[in-house]
Design a protein around this ligand. Structure first.
Ligand SMILES: Nc1ncnc2c1ncn2[C@@H]1O[C@H](COP(=O)(O)OP(=O)(O)OP(=O)(O)O)[C@@H](O)[C@H]1O
Ligand SMILES: [Mg+2]
Length: 746
């Protein structure tokens, strides 16, 4: 089937033809035959790289141009949302009612109604962000005419699946006539999901670029099509041999590792083999990228390691890296400058990368609390599916590594030839269900207990199981919510209280809210910054949890002893406290200690090495704590704790920026991160007033400031600029000050 013959507007065809889309791929053709362009709901369960996105694009564009309304595109990851946003930008020139199509990506803060989104036609977002918008009761939700959920297999994940499931159920309820498309390469029970959502299932085993899945053992890769590829043993490590074979033949390699540490190690181990295959020109290009890495963010041991690997044409990629670094790595790999990438599973979903070969270095997985196990087939298929993507390679290969013949057989049987697991709803876990029950009431999706039962009766969970289990859970959650005064019962009706509504909108666990409310009433004997930092660390919303090493226990216990009067919540008094395990407490203390060091301007590197945390974890902890402080501030306001508001506001700025009290005004200036703020302060510019009266030339002499930043500061604080200084600025504008302008705000 040709793009030219599709029942879509001509200018859309032009865009597609220009972009190299000429013939539809078979799963796309099948979707069109199933009536997707006439509005049929669809579950498209076709292999990785089989072009599922295009079907979503066509439906979205056609619906908007012909019927008006809006489309939402849900993804599990911000990075994927951003890739999709780039893909959609080709449609910007299209016009609807004389206006250009408006496309937006929205993945930001959760406590916002972002009403401005109503001005857009296509909203690309994450599952959590759309959930939060629904909680804010945004008015444009009922204008949605197309709902796309990408990577729908996420529903089976205990932590995040329920959010997608509830969000889909809500969107469907508000817009019963909207077209729904669920996309995934790894849905085994597509029929079952299709019955739930009232869609046509399309399951097809076709891929545009052939993907051979195989297992390496003893010098050979045995593939699923029966072929065998010999790998010459040169480097005494099968992974290195496969890498050097691939690079030699012009391909690139993606290696999935189990842990971040292993990703770094794998990158390092790989670097010599890769570097030996690089040309001089490639090496000099890589040096430039390494420089860029070092000038982005604070210098840390990890960023130095990254730069040193990149110089050799290899890199690692994991959520422990800052977003700036990750972007540089992805782009350099896409442009084929970096030849191998050792990555943790965060890179596995939906992305298009030029990896001809994917090596799955380890199929084992450690789950806290569960011990060592194996990755699921679903995850394995997502890993291997990153190999051989159209536009980059003509074929793809994925390789598992076996050490024995026996293991080889096992891997072929249990991964290569196996089917991904059934998708099963995880909604009935009370902790996950709790916020959804509250939000469904608070945003007035339902008004009664029966309404609640009916609503959750429409979820995938209820479809797969009996409704009785979920009724029981809802009952017990309702008891909790009424006891906590988040929900009131008035005859037949269930009303969310102001507290309940606030908690739903703040996007925190109702249990966190109860803990915070109690603490705000009880206070501590001595109220300090530690009191609040520990309070956050004590809520179930704190993430990531920082596990303690046995070496740290003693020091943390002493830390606790020294601050006993400052805790706002009960502390366990023996090592055998059953109610509240001591280990949990230690982990909270570690979070608290890290946040204290951060807000007291300990350098990132010192914190990372002292507590053995990684930059991405620190960044996530800081971001989450800032969010929880915001929530605490809002709750303090709601409950009339006026005396705490300023304190909480300031602490939030300190946590966000990692500064002491004295810098909170300076650090809020644009272009001034914590390091520059400290430089200014130590050079005598202690307040905004002192900056107002400062002249640009003296300001620019402060280390790390320079003329551009000095000017930027003056623009913000006001104050007179002398003529002689204007001249100085003009001259400076000619010189290259770009690097200073883009200081990373930590
Ligand atoms: N009909 C087509 N002709 C040419 N290229 C196409 C066509 N359809 C899709 N592609 C290209 O194929 C690549 C893979 O498509 P896409 O990202 O939609 O895969 P997918 O099915 O979503 O895979 P995954 O399950 O891994 O997310 C993209 O680069 C896309 O531009
Ligand atoms: Mg996809």
């Amino acid at each position: 089937m040709k793009v030219r013959d599709l029942p879509i507007p001509n200018d859309v065809k032009e865009i597609l033809l220009n972009d190299g889309y000429d013939l539809l791929y078979p799963p796309q053709e099948e979707s069109v035959n199933a009536g997707v362009l006439e509005g049929a709901n669809l579950i498209l369960a076709s292999p990785t790289a089989s072009g599922k996105t295009l079907i979503a694009e066509l439906c979205i564009i056609k619906n908007i141009l012909e019927k008006g309304g809006k489309a939402v595109y849900l993804t599990p990851l911000k990075a994927l949302a951003s890739e999709k946003y780039d893909e959609f930008s080709k449609y910007r020139s299209l016009r609807k009612d004389g206006n250009k199509l408006r496309i937006v990506i929205s993945t930001g803060d959760y406590d916002r109604s972002d009403e401005w989104l109503r001005n857009y036609d296509i909203i690309i977002s994450t599952n959590e962000k759309i959930d939060s918008l629904l909680r804010h009761g945004v008015t444009w939700i009922n204008e949605i005419k197309t709902i796309v959920a990408d990577e729908t297999h996420l529903i089976t994940e205990p932590d995040r699946g329920p959010t997608l499931e509830v969000t889909l159920t809500k969107l469907k309820k508000v817009n019963p006539n909207a077209q729904i498309l669920l996309l995934s390469a790894t849905i085994r029970n597509a029929e079952e999901m299709a019955e739930w959502i009232k869609a046509t299932p399309i399951t097809m085993n076709w891929r545009p670029v052939p993907l051979k899945e195989g297992v390496y053992y003893n010098g050979n890769i045995e593939f699923n099509d029966g072929s065998i590829k010999e790998i010459k043993a040169k480097l005494e490590d099968p992974i290195l041999d496969i890498i050097s074979d691939t690079i030699y033949n012009g391909g690139q390699v993606l290696i999935f590792t189990e842990t971040r540490r292993n990703a770094v190690k794998q990158g390092k181990n790989t670097s010599k083999a890769v570097s030996d295959l690089l040309t001089k020109r490639e090496k000099s290009m890589l040096s430039e990228i390494a420089e860029k890495i070092l000038s982005t963010g604070e210098k840390t041991v990890l960023s130095e390691e990254l730069a040193s690997q990149i110089k050799k044409g290899t890199s690692f990629h994991h959520a422990g890296l800052g977003i700036g670094h990750r972007k540089i790595i992805e782009e350099s790999f896409r442009k084929r400058k970096i030849k191998t990438l050792a990555a943790t599973p965060t890179l596995a979903a939906g992305v298009n990368l030029p990896a001809r070969v994917v090596i799955i270095g380890s199929y084992s997985r450690y789950e806290p609390g569960l011990g060592r196990g194996q990755i699921s087939v679903l995850e394995y298929k997502q890993f291997s599916g990153r190999a051989g993507r159209p536009k980059y390679d003509d074929f793809g290969e994925s390789v598992l590594i076996a050490k024995t013949e026996d293991e080889k057989e096992f891997l072929i049987e249990n991964y290569v030839k196996a089917k991904p697991e059934r998708i099963e709803s995880k909604l009935a876990i009370e902790r996950v269900l709790r916020p959804h029950v509250l939000s469904t009431l608070a945003s007035k999706f339902v008004y009664t207990k029966k309404g609640l039962y009916d609503f959750f009766g429409e979820t995938f969970y209820a479809y797969q199981n009996d409704s009785e289990t979920i009724h029981q859970k809802i009952k017990s959650i309702l008891d909790f919510l009424t006891e906590a005064e988040m929900v009131e019962i008035a005859g037949n009706y269930l009303n969310a209280t102001n507290f309940g509504r606030k908690v739903s909108e703040l996007y925190i666990d109702p249990l966190s809210a109860v803990i915070i409310r109690e603490a705000l009433y009880n206070r501590a004997k001595v109220l300090t910054e530690l009191s609040f930092l520990h309070l956050l660390s004590h809520t179930p919303d704190i993430a990531p949890k920082l596990y303690t090493r046995s070496k740290e226990e003693k020091e943390l216990s002493i830390f606790a002893q020294n601050h006993l009067d400052e805790f706002m919540t009960d502390t366990p008094n023996t090592f055998y406290d059953y109610e509240y395990s001591y280990n949990e407490f230690l982990s909270e203390l570690k979070c608290t200690a890290v946040l204290l060091e951060w807000t007291n301007e300990k350098s990132e590197d010192e914190i990372l090495s002292k507590y053995k945390v990684e930059p991405g974890d620190l960044a996530r902890l800081v971001q989450n704590s800032e969010w929880l402080l915001y929530a605490t501030h809002e709750l303090a306001e709601l409950f009339g704790h006026k005396d705490l508001l300023n304190l909480l506001f300031e602490l939030r700025i300190r946590v966000k920026n990692g500064v002491r009290q004295e810098l909170i005004h300076l650090v809020q200036l644009e272009g001034v991160g914590r390091i520059r703020a400290r430089m200014l302060f130590n050079s005598g510019y202690k307040s905004i007033d002192s900056l107002k009266s400062a002249d640009i030339s003296s300001l620019s002499k402060v280390p790390l400031i320079g003329i551009s930043i000095a000017k930027k500061i003056k623009e913000q604080v006001g104050g007179r600029i002398k003529d002689s200084e204007l001249k100085l600025i003009k001259e400076d504008n000619k010189s290259d000050e770009q690097s200073l302008l883009t200081e990373f705000k930590d």
